[in-house]
Design a protein around this ligand. Structure first.
Ligand SMILES: Cc1cc2nc3c(=O)[nH]c(=O)nc-3n(C[C@H](O)[C@H](O)[C@H](O)COP(=O)(O)OP(=O)(O)OC[C@H]3O[C@@H](n4cnc5c(N)ncnc54)[C@H](O)[C@@H]3O)c2cc1C
Length: 479
């Protein structure tokens, strides 16, 4: 591989990263594609490992052939180095440049290979993880984030339970229910928090614009048909407001919600289930973008221009870290970002630029219809755990606010310990901010552009031995 070419590193091999890596290579760059997972595809194309291939993997995926085409093109291109199981655990800015510290190998293994990269250009395509609002009993075994349940179903063909309730908000609940059905689980019901009014406002306004997203609409229609065939009810304007059980989920309480997502008194009913999968949208994985110094929008996404360039010279971003738009948006943004990062001509990716505009319209509809509304706080009780790592309750958070008079996330975190545990506020950070009514950026940041709860200098826990084995020079090591 030529060392004279511009070196573009792409972090994340989901739809956005795969498209970015291919576009950058086609624009003439030397490309290194890194992903912490042991396979390519990200969340959308998560699949069984090569050592245990499925006979009919495509049945669980949309655009499976696009994945085959992208990954095949990357593996066949000598200008591209694909490194799987490559966890970027920190990003530094030596003399204004970019340095990525990477560990390659099994996530918790001893003696993982150390890789230090100093690319000419960086594309961040680190995606998102799903967000779960707390409710009484959500710390019981048997309560899963919908993303975890889907990962087990798609990546291991394991069902999280026999009788499973799916709840939360957004179209993502449908593929989760579908994946559970494929693994043999009985899906008792899908409960969508958005009510008919919000759904109509989000999805039925300017219907002609949806013609450009015919593929996505077809995908949704497929899921709806599948739920109907299995007689799975899909109920808008409802939520799981409590889980019950003795050491394991045995039942959940479901309630109707008003337009603000506050439970309507008297509508509660109990449903037997041994698992519940909950997701209320997505939270972008911003650690590397924050470490690079990228500006964030008030709604906490990486700000990019038309070429997907961030506010930091040499750093581009694509996919869910720039907004929740689905796989089509991620693919289009990736193609634009990769081309731009390689110094290529954006005219070459005109089709992607148009697809990006259509996909962004789709994202705006998702937010209008399914975006979290503040009334959910009404299903909390004082003993409801808000931070599962530190077991901080809603009552304790309220008490701290009362005692200190502070509504600042940082101050309440330090006093109540919410958000200070092993997940470093990945699960509860946004929740805490909403409960406190703090600005989205946290730490009294009115503009919302400060790192707030998303600053994690170490992206994942790292062994001291791995730190000790870091090269002392700034020289970039292979690939
Ligand atoms: C759990 C989950 C399940 C989803 N399932 C569906 C679905 O079934 N259908 C659907 O239409 N949409 C689904 N979505 C939404 C869909 O994933 C996105 O629309 C699309 O995959 C976004 O693509 P992306 O490339 O931006 O990110 P992703 O596909 O999330 O890819 C990001 C990649 O970055 C890697 N990464 C992140 N940080 C690092 C790091 N520090 N070092 C190395 N690698 C890193 C991750 O391992 C991941 O592979 C899901 C989202 C989530 C969070």
């Amino acid at each position: 591989m030529s060392k004279g070419l511009r070196h573009v590193v792409v972090v994340g091999a989901g739809p956005a990263g795969l498209a970015a890596a291919r576009a950058a290579a086609e624009a003439g760059a030397r490309v290194t594609l890194l992903d912490a997972a042991d396979g390519l595809g990200g969340q959308y194309w998560r699949h069984l490992p090569a050592a245990r291939p499925a006979g009919r993997e495509h049945v669980l995926h949309h655009r499976w052939s696009t994945f085959g085409e992208l990954s095949g093109a990357l593996r066949a291109n000598p200008a591209v180095t694909v490194v799987e199981s490559a966890q970027v655990w920190s990003l530094e800015r030596p003399d204004g440049g970019i340095r990525l510290n990477v560990l390659v190998g099994e996530p918790d293994a001893v003696g993982r290979a150390v890789l230090v990269l100093e690319p000419d250009a960086l594309v961040l395509a680190t995606g998102a993880h799903d967000r779960t609002l707390p409710f009484p009993g959500w710390q019981l075994p048997g309560v899963y984030s919908a993303g975890a349940a889907q990962a087990l179903a798609k990546g291991e063909r394991v069902a999280v339970g026999r009788r499973v309730v799916v709840a939360g908000a957004g179209p993502f609940l449908l593929p989760v229910a579908s994946a559970l059905l494929w693994t043999g689980a009985t899906v008792v019901g899908v409960h969508e928090a958005a009510g008919p009014g919000a759904l109509a406002r989000g999805w039925l306004s300017r219907p002609w614009e949806l013609a450009g997203a015919a593929g996505k609409a077809g995908e949704l229609a497929g899921y709806v048909g599948e739920l109907a065939r299995h007689r799975v009810p899909w109920r808008p304007g409802e939520a799981v407001v409590a889980a019950h059980g003795d050491g394991q989920v045995e039942a959940v309480t479901i309630a109707r919600l008003d337009e603000r997502w506050a439970p309507v008194a008297g509508t509660e009913r109990q449903v037997e289930a041994d698992a519940v999968c909950v997701s209320h949208g997505f939270t972008p994985r911003l650690e590397l973008a924050v470490a690079a110094g990228c500006a964030l929008s008030p709604s906490r996404f990486v700000v990019v221009d038309d070429a997907q360039a961030t506010s930091v010279p040499g750093v581009w971003a694509a996919g869910e870290i720039t907004g929740i738009g689905g796989a089509d948006a991620a693919l289009a943004e990736g193609a634009v970002a990769g081309t731009a990062a390689a110094g290529g001509d954006l005219g070459v990716v005109r089709v992607a630029v148009r697809a990006r505009a259509r996909a962004r319209g789709f994202a705006a509809r998702i937010e209008a219809a399914h975006g979290v509304r503040g009334g959910w706080v009404r299903w909390l009780r004082d003993d409801t755990v808000v931070c599962r790592c530190e077991e901080t309750t809603y009552g304790r958070v309220r008490e701290v606010v009362e005692l200190t008079g502070s509504h600042e996330t940082r101050s309440v975190k330090l006093t109540s310990r919410a958000g200070l545990g092993p997940c470093q506020a990945r699960m509860c950070g946004r929740t805490l901010q909403e409960l406190l009514g703090d600005a989205p950026g946290g730490d009294s940041d009115a503009g919302g552009t400060a790192p707030g709860v998303d600053r994690r200098p170490l992206v994942v826990p790292v062994r001291l031995g791995d730190l000790a084995s870091l090269p002392s020079t700034s020289a970039s090591t292979s690939p």
